[in-house]
Design a protein around this ligand. Structure first.
Ligand code: AMP
Ligand code: GLY
Length: 426
């Protein structure tokens, strides 16, 4: 099978690696890919948000299957366009991707189907004063979210009315999030441990991948600004089998069923961002794709034919026996550019990538670029250092991961030193 993976981050490097291990693969293309994916297949410089270029490429090269990484093309309907052109693709249709692209749609669906989530209210730009009145009477902290896609930056947690009022002016007056922020959700603050659960689904049936925990804040102890994610580990020891059952019965199955009922069957990867509250697991958000950096620690734990799992779920009936999960564990730390998630410099040479690491170590590229035969930094999140243990030993993974990091260097390299500590709290 000739496969094209769309995207250029650490997530897509991890997808490309897992797909490259499949016996059903004949040739792999990554659009546009990064210097890490270049070792696994052909990197093709195409703008994946330009659907006609992607379709032309797939037709000219007789691509059998497309796997889409990032949310933007999914929310804009790339799967529908590929399918119209006879190309099989993994991911939800435009209508189904509203679960991620329109938070108000996802919240409404949850309320109508009794799927546990934080209590909320929706306000449009033209009910600014109503939003202010509501904020006067509500309990703090409260969470304010842009309705549309905002690259992980559209969510703020505020502790007082004054702070909240200032924040909503960022959405409504200053239009910091453009159209995505013309509608906002104000929701109840939930307390608990966060966990990411990925269901690979054909829209009816599904396979759950090992659970993972992301570290969204820039600083240790979850201090400072939100980022795309600074590291992750899998599995999460605090999610018992009983809790996992509850997640399946009260969240995943009713969500898939609700999407069928509204005529937007969701096939692809349903990413459930959950909070394990004292009242049980509740949905923080749905995404319509694999998470980054969770994918980088989840996929190494999959055995069997991952490509077959994705292909079967995209062609009607998921083949649940195509994969198994190892009893292993993984820790992944993101090496970022100083200044990220705000302003940072690019173009620094990266040292230490040409070592022969042992089999337990994987380096996934994200914001890197090749220049004059050298690998240089080219983004906020530059590399992911992953260590896998065959016998579920997160302590070993963490220790080894930070040892490996000591052998890699670029100017301004920043990383969190506490990735996976939350696993040991429990
Ligand atoms: P989201 O983009 O909706 O996942 O929000 C980004 C992050 O904000 C989440 O990963 C949580 O850490 C936090 N967050 C979002 N909604 C809530 C909530 N209702 N209560 C507490 N924290 C939240
Ligand atoms: N790990 C957060 C995300 O992928 O949205």
């Amino acid at each position: 099978m000739k496969v094209a993976v769309l995207g250029s981050g650490g997530r897509e490097h991890a997808l490309a690696l897992k797909i490259s291990e499949s016996p059903s693969l004949s040739e792999l293309f990554i659009l546009p890919g990064n210097p890490g994916t270049k070792k696994l297949g052909h990197n093709i410089q195409i703008d994946i948000n330009n659907f006609s270029s992607v379709i032309n490429f797939c037709k000219t090269n007789s691509i059998d299957f497309v796997v889409v990484g990032p949310e933007q093309p999914l929310v804009n309907g790339i799967i529908d366009e590929l399918k119209k052109n006879g190309i099989v693709a993994f991911g939800p249709s435009k209508n189904a991707a509203r679960l991620e692209g329109e938070k108000s749609f996802a919240k409404q669906l949850m309320i109508e189907n009794s799927i546990p989530t934080a209590a909320f209210n929706v306000f449009q730009k033209d009910n600014y004063s109503q939003a202010v009145e509501y904020l006067k009477s509500t309990k703090y902290p409260v969470v304010i979210k842009a309705d549309g896609l905002a690259a992980g930056k559209g969510v703020v947690i505020v502790n007082s009315f004054n702070e909240a009022k200032k924040e909503i002016s960022n959405y409504f007056d200053k239009s910091l999030f453009g159209k995505a922020g013309e509608k906002i959700i104000i929701e109840e603050f939930m307390e608990g441990e966060e966990v990411s659960v990925f269901a690979i689904t054909d829209g009816v049936d599904y396979v759950l991948l090992p659970t993972a925990q992301d570290h969204k804040k820039i600083g240790e102890g979850d201090a400072g600004k939100n980022t795309g994610g600074m590291g992750a580990y899998s599995p999460t020891p605090f999610v018992s089998n009983a809790v996992l059952e509850q997640i399946k019965r009260s969240i995943i199955e009713p969500t898939l069923f609700a999407m069928q009922k509204v005529g937007s069957k969701f096939s692809g990867c349903l990413y459930c961002g959950l909070m394990l509250t004292s009242d049980g697991p509740k949905v923080v958000e749905f995404n319509s794709r694999f998470g980054d950096p969770e994918t980088q620690v989840v996929l190494p734990l999959i055995e069997g034919d991952f490509l077959k799992l994705l292909y079967s779920s995209s062609t009607g009936k998921i083949d649940k026996d195509s994969v198994k999960f190892s009893n292993g564990a993984c820790v992944g730390v993101v090496l970022a550019s100083k200044g990220y998630p705000e302003h940072y410099e690019k173009g620094y040479k990266i040292y230490g990538l040409d070592q022969d690491f042992d089999n337990d170590v994987i380096i996934f590229h994200a914001g890197t670029k090749e220049s004059n035969g050298e690998i240089i930094t080219n983004g906020g999140r530059v590399l992911n250092v992953i260590v896998k243990s065959k016998n579920n030993d997160l302590t070993y993974c963490k220790k080894r991961c930070y040892e490996v990091i000591q052998t890699i260097y670029f100017d301004g390299m920043y990383y969190r030193k506490d990735i996976s500590d939350k696993a040991f709290k429990h």
